[in-house]
Design a protein around this ligand. Structure first.
Ligand code: UDX
Length: 443
């Protein structure tokens, strides 16, 4: 078993640390936030992730999982330091590497024995080389530090499962020593390991994420065409899914992808390509389609209602997807300001995203509009003249078609996640607009 330090305790860092401990390694997670570290020592996770706290507590009790702000002593005796800090998008679309670089220098100044710095954060191709140079330039002790790439593929909401039961572990190394050490660290996970060079590993991460984003934008593009020609995107997706070259996943049309990965990783690769004088046209189209798709629901509602002035609008779902409290790039954040600007009286429901959303829009009036947060979808729907669905939470899917009819002043629903059967909504007297599917006449 190895001594592992983890830099950063966000989705990637914390989940990596906990899962390494679960596989028997001795792990210390480093974060600069004293308060956060105190919480984590007590087994409280700063992020909402199914199963995470249980594993945290079990491994803390077993003495394999530790948390600290004292990075020099954490890195000093580590066999490997996993870097899981953020690489947020800069204004120009490129990835901000400032946090990775800071950690690299801290590692260089602290290590007292040979050590592998493993970059888990998503970084532009060539970054591993640069970070290795930076570390070697800043080394204080006479030790060997090499850099390896080990991209992370976890999705929020299923991060623990995605790590413990990953489809593959990708490792990018430039020496046998580094390859052997990483292979040894991952052997207890008992998962397929794809071992390539560092640049290929960096590219595998972007190419995988961006392909999924492309798949979603493609389905949204086809969905928009379905609306014009009278086809149904769900039937189309089903018909496509039987071909295992296409597969059945990530074929759901909707109001575009959000989250911490797809928007940033599509922009970063497109930006990187331009630096090499190459137009990455697939990503340019993917990004454009997605930004337009995010406003689809607002556009449809605006076209139908003409004005939102003083209209009670139920907003169901705020987070970018179910199972997380994360609002990064969430379609709700693109639509709610437009509704408020137009004077809507919003009643918003989300099972866990409300506190985060309040940081953008506190309860009360905003210009012409107003926003109130409620504890159930039913409370949002009562007396509403229109309903906009942004996230397919179980609690929202549980609302039945006749509840819309019974609770709303006028049963007019705009569904960005295609939750309901079009015919069933019409049969229950609900005027139902969804994505890439026809609007049925109410009998
Ligand atoms: C994603 C990748 O799945 C993960 O492998 C990577 O490491 C990080 O990015 P995440 O952002 O957590 O994970 O969520 P994911 O479940 O992939 O969904 C991303 C977005 O795409 C969501 O907004 C979701 O609503 C949207 N989506 C997904 C669709 O619109 N249609 C689909 O068919 C699937």
């Amino acid at each position: 078993m190895k001594n592992i330090a983890v830099a950063g305790t966000g989705y990637v860092g914390l989940v990596t640390g906990v899962c390494m401990a679960e596989n028997g390694h001795n792990v210390i997670c480093v974060d600069i936030d004293e308060q956060k570290v105190k919480m984590m020592r007590e087994g409280i996770s700063p992020i909402y992730e199914v199963g995470l706290e249980g594993l945290m507590r079990r491994n803390i009790e077993a003495g394999r999982l530790h948390f600290t702000t004292d990075y020099p002593s954490a890195y000093k005796e580590a066999d490997a330091v996993f870097i899981g800090v953020g690489t947020p998008e800069k204004e120009d679309g490129s990835a901000n590497l400032q946090y990775v670089e800071t950690v690299a220098i801290q590692i260089a100044e602290s290590v007292a024995k040979d050590c592998l710095a493993v970059i888990k954060s998503t970084v532009p191709i060539g970054t591993n080389d640069k970070i290795e140079e930076l570390i070697n330039k800043s080394l204080v002790n006479d030790v060997r530090v090499e850099v390896a790439s080990n991209p992370e593929f976890l999705a929020q909401g299923s991060a623990v499962k995605d790590t413990l039961e990953a489809a593959r572990i990708v490792i990018g190394t430039e020496s046998e020593w580094a390859e052997n050490l990483l292979t040894e660290i991952y052997t207890p996970f008992n998962l397929p390991i794809v071992s390539v060079n560092r640049r290929s590993a960096e590219m595998i991460k972007y190419a995988s994420n961006d392909f999924l984003a492309l798949k979603i934008s493609y389905m949204n593009d086809i969905a928009n065409l379905c609306e014009l020609v009278g086809a149904d995107i769900q039937d189309v997706a089903e018909g496509m899914s039987y071909d295992d070259r296409i597969g059945s996943k990530f074929l759901n049309a909707g109001i575009g992808y959000g989250g911490s990965c797809f928007p940033k990783d599509t922009s970063a690769l497109e930006y990187l390509a331009r630096q090499y004088g190459y137009d990455l046209r697939t990503m340019q189209a993917t990004i454009k389609i997605n930004s337009e798709q995010k406003l689809k629901l607002y556009d449809k509602a605006k076209q139908r209602l003409e004005t939102f002035e003083g209209i009670k609008v139920a907003v169901l779902g705020l987070t970018f997807k179910p199972g997380t409290d994360d609002l990064r790039e969430a379609p709700s954040l693109a639509n709610v300001p437009l509704l408020l600007e137009q004077g809507a009286d919003i009643y918003a429901y989300d099972p866990i995203g409300v506190d985060n959303f309040k940081q953008f829009y506190s309860e009360g009036s905003h210009g012409q509009g107003n926003i109130t947060y409620v504890d159930s979808p039913e409370d949002a729907l009562k007396g509403a003249a229109a309903c906009l669905i942004f996230t397919e939470w179980g609690e929202i899917k549980a609302v039945t078609p006749n509840q819309y009819k019974d609770l709303m002043q006028t049963p007019l629903v705009f569904d960005g996640r295609n939750i309901y059967n079009v015919q069933e909504m019409a049969d229950n007297g609900v005027e139902y607009h969804s994505i890439g599917r026809p609007v049925k006449n109410i009998n």
